[in-house]
Design a protein around this ligand. Structure first.
Ligand SMILES: *Cc1c(COP(=O)(O)O)cnc(C)c1O
Length: 349
């Protein structure tokens, strides 16, 4: 006899990347945080915190933050839903739409592992379709699986590739359920799928402040879709899923697009340099549109390099997963961090 539902007993929990205590002397290139601090304007709001914000419940719709998003992205405020990180919105979507064998969750592989975890909790049947060579989207198979939800991370993690908009259009046209385009890394990419939310009433685009805005600790994300799609999600969302501090700080960060864009440009420059340096060491490196690269060491010994780097105080991400055993996902850090990584790799290879 178990305390838990059979679905919970049967599943493995999501394993997040290691998070050493702040202050630990470590170069942290394992969970795709932005290496630069959040906007100084956001930090100023935090320092001037009003106790009234904490005494009262927060705004359940985070309207101030939605207004800032609307100004930055040119979408109407009633096309926005705010989440406690975009993970919260992924959870809401699965709870809202997926169930058992009839209402499946579908996604191409490899991708963000949380899609599987959330489906296992629900529980909902999952259809995992392998990407074609060179990360071409397997559109026919994804359409045939006809998910109640189809998740596409673009740019994808851990590969870093961006899915062409016409592929996403074919997918949205072909399925009867919702297509979730997870744009956690869009701030480092060449284009967005945002125009698709106007073209298709079954498309939602998810964004986060965790990567581009350097606010992973704040837990703020949002989704953009037509109000009819959002109406179901609002029924499932916790009323107070975003706290008052996050609303105030997140709003200031959203208003400071110039700062976010300047940091993203620095990351993109460092990304190009890092790719060249890794290739010079014999690594195979995929072109990336995120703030990370997926790299295969020349001898394929990714796990032992991961462990050796850890000994040297450098954390990168290693996935013990079919197709990824010989690869490392490396977050783009500051110039100094990337240099330290390259020097460590020279000593290891
Ligand atoms: C980091 C990441 C998220 C999670 O973002 P949060 O807003 O921090 O919850 C979602 N999707 C992908 C693909 C990610 O890499």
């Amino acid at each position: 006899m178990s305390y838990f539902r059979p679905a919970i007993d049967a599943m493995t929990g999501y394993i997040p990347g290691e998070q050493p205590k702040p202050g630990t002397k470590i170069i942290k290139l394992n969970t795709n945080e932005n290496p630069y601090p959040p906007s100084p304007k956001a930090m100023k709001v935090l320092q001037n915190l009003d106790s009234e914000w904490l005494r009262r419940y927060p705004d359940p719709f985070a309207r101030e933050f939605c207004r800032a998003i609307s100004d930055a992205l040119g979408v109407p405020t009633d096309w926005i839903i705010v989440g406690n990180g975009s993970d919260d919105l992924l959870n809401i979507l699965v709870r809202c739409c997926a169930e058992g064998n009839e209402r499946k969750v579908v996604y191409p592989m490899p991708t963000y592992v949380l899609y599987r975890t959330l489906s296992a909790i629900q529980p909902a049947q999952v259809v995992e379709v392998p990407y074609y060579a060179d990360f071409q989207l397997p559109i026919e198979e994804l359409v045939a699986a006809n998910g109640a939800i189809t998740f596409i991370a673009s740019p994808n993690s851990p590969s870093g590739h961006l899915v062409p908009l016409d592929d996403l259009r074919k997918l949205a046209q072909g399925v009867s359920g919702i297509v979730v385009i997870d744009e956690a890394y869009v701030d480092f990419a060449d284009y967005t799928a945002l125009p698709l939310v106007e073209e298709f009433d079954n498309v939602i685009v998810l964004r986060t402040l965790s990567k581009g805005y350097s606010l992973a600790g704040l837990r703020m994300g949002f989704g953009i879709a037509n109000p009819k799609l959002l109406s179901g999600l609002f029924k499932v969302k916790d009323s107070y899923n975003i706290d008052a501090i996050a609303i105030a700080v997140g709003t200031a960060a959203m208003e400071d697009q110039a700062y976010k864009n300047a940091c993203a440009e620095k990351v993109k420059l460092s990304r190009s340099k890092l790719v060249v340096e890794l290739k010079n060491l014999g690594f195979t490196v995929l072109d990336s549109q995120g703030n990370f690269v997926l790299a295969t060491p020349p001898a394929g010994n990714a796990e032992s390099i991961y462990l050796a780097l850890k000994e040297l105080g450098i954390l990168v991400r290693y996935f013990k997963q079919a197709g990824l055993e010989d690869k490392l996902r490396i977050t783009v850090g500051t110039e100094e961090q990337n240099q330290a990584l390259i020097e460590a790799l020279v000593s290891l290879i």
